[in-house]
Write a protein that binds this ligand. Sequence first.
Ligand code: GLC
Length: 645
Amino acid sequence: MAASEAFVQVMSSSFPRFNGCNSSVCNVNGVLSIESATKGRRKRSLACHQGVNASRTTQNGLRVSAVEGTNGVFLRKFDANRSDSTSCKCQPAKSASGIPSEEESKLRFKDEADRPTSLPINGVACSPSIDEHKEKPESNGKLGAAGTIIDKLHDVRANLIEEEAWSLLRASIVYYCNNPIGTIAANDPSSTSTLNYDQVFIRDFIPSGIAFLLKGEYDIVRNFILHTLQLQSWEKTMDCHSPGQGLMPASFKVRTVPLDGDDSATEDVLDPDFGEAAIGRVAPVDSGLWWIILLRAYGKCSGDLSVQERVDVQTGIKMILKLCLADGFDMFPTLLVTDGSCMIDRRMGIHGHPLEIQALFYSALLCAREMLTPEDASADLMRALNNRLVALSFHIREYYWIDMRKLNEIYRYKTEEYSYEAVNKFNIYPDQIPTWLVEFMPGKGGYLIGNLQPAHMDFRFFSLGNLWSIVSSLASQDQSHAILDLIEAKWAELVAEMPFKICYPALEGVEWRIVTGCDPKNTPWSYHNGGSWPTLLWQLTVACIKMNRPEIALKALKVAEKRISSDKWPEYYDTKRGRFVGKQARLFQNWSIAGYLVAKHLLANPSAANILVNEEDSELRNAFSCIINASPRKRRGWKKHSFIV
Ligand code: GLC
C-alpha cells in the first residue's frame, strides 16, 4: 500500500532511528531464553504456603510454589531467568515524583469553584471528613445563600459517596499469603451465581490500582504487577493448543487449600484464567497492554522505578511486545484480534482491528519504550517498536477518522479502484453509511470508527477506544478536541442519565441476531450492546483533563453521583438513556466503584492524570507529517517506488 511504503521510505531516509522492521525482532535474546527456560514445563497455578517459605511441585507437576522474599514479595522458584533477578526493593517511595506540582499543571477548571474539593492538592491524602467540609471557607463569594447551602449539601453527599466507595473497594481486596494483590470484580451479595466475578480481572483492577496509587497506597499495585507477571509465562492450553508466550491472564483467583500431607496447614494458590475457562474462550489481548500501562503509572506515581527495572519485569515487557509485534499475514499496522478480546469480551462483531485494542496497543508501546532499559532493549526491538508507532498512528488518524467532511467524501467515493493511487483504498461502498450516522454526526466534532476491514467500516462509536486514543495521543490534538466536541454535542445519546455508553448505537433486529449470535445478554441497549458503564467515567476524566476540558468530566461525574450509590454501584445500565440498572448487571461492581474514585480524585488534582497520559512525541509527529505529505491523498501524482526495508 502506498502510504505504508511511503512511511518506510520516509522513515529510512529521514529518520535513521526508524529503520524497517525485520524478523529479527523475534530473536530478542531475553525473550528467547525465557521461552526455552519455560518450554516443556506444565504449570497451572502458583502456590504459597501459609507462614512458610517453601517451594514444591504437586504430584502431577502442575504447580509451582512461591518463595517469600524478605520484603514480602514472592519470587517464583523454578524460573531461573525470573527468580534470580534483582531482588525487589518495593518499599513505597516517599515522593510522588512523577506528578508535577499543582503550579506546574496547566490544567484549569473554567470555574475553580467547580473543582471537587474532597482531596488536597497533592491528591494522595485520604478524603476529608464531612466536618472539615462544613468548615471550608466559602470558595465563591458571588453565590447566594441558597446556592451555597445546596452546594454544601451536594459536597457533603458527594463525600459520603466517596467514603462509601473507599470502604467497598477495601472490602473487596484479595490477599495472597497475607499480602494484598488485587480486588475482585464484584462483591454482590444478592447474586446467586458468582460465575467468575469473584476473580481478580486484570482490566478491572486497573482503575482500582490507579485509585490506590492516587491514595499513596502502592503495595497492592506492586504486588499485583509482580504476581500477574509470574502468571504470564504459565503454559496455558485449550484442547491441546497453547496461545503465544507473553499472554497475560484475563483473571486469576486465589484459593486457600489444605497443604498436601499436612492437615493443619494451608497454602494459597493462584489460579490464572487465560480464556481457557472464560465464556466463549476469548483470549484477553488487552490484559498485557493494561499491565504495561499500570506498570508505568506505578513508577510515575510512587517514584519507585526499581520494579520496572527488574530483569523479570523487563523480560515480561519484552514478551508482551514480542507477541504484539510478531510478523503475521496482516497488511495493516493495527493488531489483528478475535472478537471479544478486550472489555467487550463476547461476540459483538469487533473481530479484526477494533479501535480499543489499537489505542491500548499504542499506549502500551509508548509506555514500554519509556521503561525499557538500554541493556534490555535491543536495537531491533526499538526499531520495530518505533516503526509500529508511526505506522499505527498514521493508519488510525488517516483511515479511522470520520467527521462531516470525511463522511461526505465517503458518500461520493468511487469504488473498484485498482491502483496504488486509489483514494478509496479499502473499497468502501458508500451505501454502507448507515442512516443513523447521517443524523448522529454533528456539524462540529468527529470520532474514530470502531473497526476497519476490506470493504467494511464499522461506524459504531466505541467509547473506550476513542477516549484512550485521546489519552495516548493516538488521535491528533485536533481529533482529540473533535471527539470531545462530539461527546458534548451528543450528550443525550452518550451520557443521558448515566455515563457512559460503551458503544453507540445498539445492534438491533437481524443485525443483532447475526452479529451477536442472538446473545440474550447483549440485547439492544443492554450490556455491551449500547449499555452504559459507569467505569468509563475514569477514562473520560483522564481524556478531558489531558485536553484541558475537565468540565466535561465533572458534568458526567455529577450525573453519576445522582444514582450510582443508591443503585448499589451497578456494573452497567440499560436502555437508550441509561435509566435502568442493567438486566443482569452485578451490583457492587468494583470497577464502577474505582472508576468513580479515580474520576473524583483526578478532578480534584488534575496534574495526577500525567501518570496515565502519553504526550505526543515530536519525532513521531515529524515522521507523521512526512507520511502525510507523501500520501496520495495529498499528492495525487505519487507513484510507486521500490523501497529498501
Ligand atoms: C464482563 C465484562 C468484562 C469484565 C468482566 C469482569 O465480562 O465484559 O469487561 O472484565 O465482566 O467484570
